[in-house]
Design a protein around this ligand. Structure first.
Ligand SMILES: [Zn+2]
Length: 467
């Protein structure tokens, strides 16, 4: 059929309107030639016949023993969640009808898919500077991207159905391609928001310390001046990033009064230009801001999230509340890397753990919005980033607050509050399950044994094979 159609009427996909129009024109031109016209009309009839109907979306029922829906802190017992296609379409106490496609989670606790708002899929652990440098010097972007596909798969297996990946650390815009491959269903992974290359000023970000005669790769795009900042924002957005990431401080030291001080990178003028340009283009800004001056400059410039925030003054916490700036504390990575970095002589990392805890407690008390984020990639992806939850609880959050940080709070920071973050009709069917109640034992969230993302099961009963 394709051959005949090509010969007489051109080889256009029959379902396309434009092709049908061209078919009509060509057929009109051939009117005098009856034999040809008969064939052509036959072809045209086929072209205008309704295309074969796509298979109706699959309906799956999850029977959850308990369910936290992400809106209420109370568990609901014996709940049936119905997912059709990618979305949740009903939640009820009624048992599924006989013969329905049911996944039995009656001995499990269901919670909304977890969201990690600070990851690095292109990085595979960098406790020491050498760990970092070797990835940029000895591994090609292609090789690092292959490793990143494994990290993305691990993230989903841990129950993180959405991540905000906050820069590729020298791997260009490979995160944009990963996001594309995941959303096209080429590889399994969480839905992604990405930040591309990130920005810092000249001379402030690794690789550093090599001979001045060598040109070594950098973990960021080096950007200077207000105009340079605006240009970099435009360039990064044109290359497909969702978020702009800036590094606003470095060279940390603890003052005698216990304040964590720093050397700020961008000037206030540069930061304001970057934030203004990003916001003008409807994109948000995440600031790596660990200490006194960096945090202050970032909140004054109006960034959307403070990443790490090991020390934040009380005045800046108040500004964060007033300007609705989120705090993404990344507590676990600090504890994890401190020992390795202290062994290298950087004892400040050990002192910073105490300062970080104090800041977290003050932020909680001040009512700053806190979103779950881990900096995984800074530590090995073989470690479950859900370890962050236990530290958030150890530092003063209730288990419900900690879970909320990885559900609706994180979803809202990502601007996806209408799509993810809770188990509600109309939202993506992103649901994970754990063996026992995480409100009694927050470390249950390190034991995710069932993962559904967008109505597809990736782990546990009904899984298509990814374990
Ligand atoms: Zn990071």
């Amino acid at each position: 059929m394709q051959t005949l159609q090509s010969f007489f009427c051109g080889s256009f996909p029959p379902q396309e309107k434009a092709a049908r129009y061209r078919l009509r024109l060509q057929c009109w031109a051939m009117k005098p030639f009856m034999a040809a016209a008969i064939v052509c009309l036959g072809t045209l009839a086929l072209a205008q016949a309704p295309a074969s109907q796509p298979a109706s979306p699959k309906t799956t029922y999850l029977r959850c023993g308990s369910l936290y829906d992400g809106k209420s802190d109370a568990a609901r017992k014996n709940i049936t969640v119905r997912a059709t296609g990618e979305k949740i379409d009903s939640i009820s106490e009624a048992a599924p009808a006989a013969g329905a496609d049911v996944i039995d989670l009656s001995r499990e606790v269901c919670v909304p898919g977890l969201i990690d708002t600070h990851t690095h899929v292109l990085l595979q652990g960098d406790i020491t500077a050498a760990d970092y440098d070797v990835q940029l010097l000895k591994e090609s972007t292609a090789y690092r991207t292959i490793l990143a596909t494994v990290s993305a798969r691990r993230a989903l297996g841990y129950g993180f159905t959405t991540i905000r990946d906050l820069e590729t650390e020298g791997a260009g815009y490979a995160d944009v391609d990963l996001r594309k491959a995941i959303s096209a269903g080429v590889i399994p992974g969480p839905r992604m928001k990405v930040a591309g290359r990130a920005m810092d000023v000249t001379g402030a970000y690794p690789l550093l310390g090599y001979s001045w005669e060598l040109k070594v790769p950098k973990g960021v795009q080096e950007v200077d001046g207000a105009d340079g900042g605006r240009k970099a924002v435009r360039e990064q957005i044109s290359n497909g990033v969702d978020w702009i990431k800036v590094y606003v401080d470095r060279s940390y030291f603890v003052r005698p009064d216990g304040v964590l001080d720093d050397v700020p990178t961008f000037t206030p003028d540069e930061l304001r230009a970057i934030v203004d340009e990003a916001h003008r283009e409807r994109h948000n800004v995440a600031a790596h801001a660990a200490a006194l001056n960096g945090v202050h400059n970032a909140v004054e410039a109006g960034v959307n999230s403070i990443e790490h925030g090991m020390y934040i003054s009380d005045a800046d916490l108040q500004t964060m509340v007033a300007k609705d700036i989120y705090y993404v504390p990344t507590l676990f990575v600090g504890e994890y890397v401190a020992q390795g970095r202290a062994a290298e002589g950087a004892h400040v990392w050990v002192d910073m753990i105490k300062i970080h805890e104090d800041t977290f407690r003050r932020a909680l008390k001040a009512g700053v919005k806190i979103a779950f984020g881990t900096d995984v990639g800074g530590f090995d992806w073989k470690i479950d980033p859900a370890k962050e939850f236990a530290i958030m609880v150890k530092y003063g959050m209730t288990p419900a607050q900690a879970l909320h940080a990885a559900n609706m709070s994180a979803a809202t920071l990502l601007g996806m509050q209408d799509q993810i973050g809770s188990i509600e009709p109309g939202k993506f069917a992103d649901i994970v399950a754990v063996p026992s109640d995480p409100m009694q034992d927050i470390q249950q969230l390190e034991k995710v044994d069932f993962v559904m993302k967008g109505g597809t099961v990736y782990r546990g009963q009904g899984s298509a094979g990814m374990q």
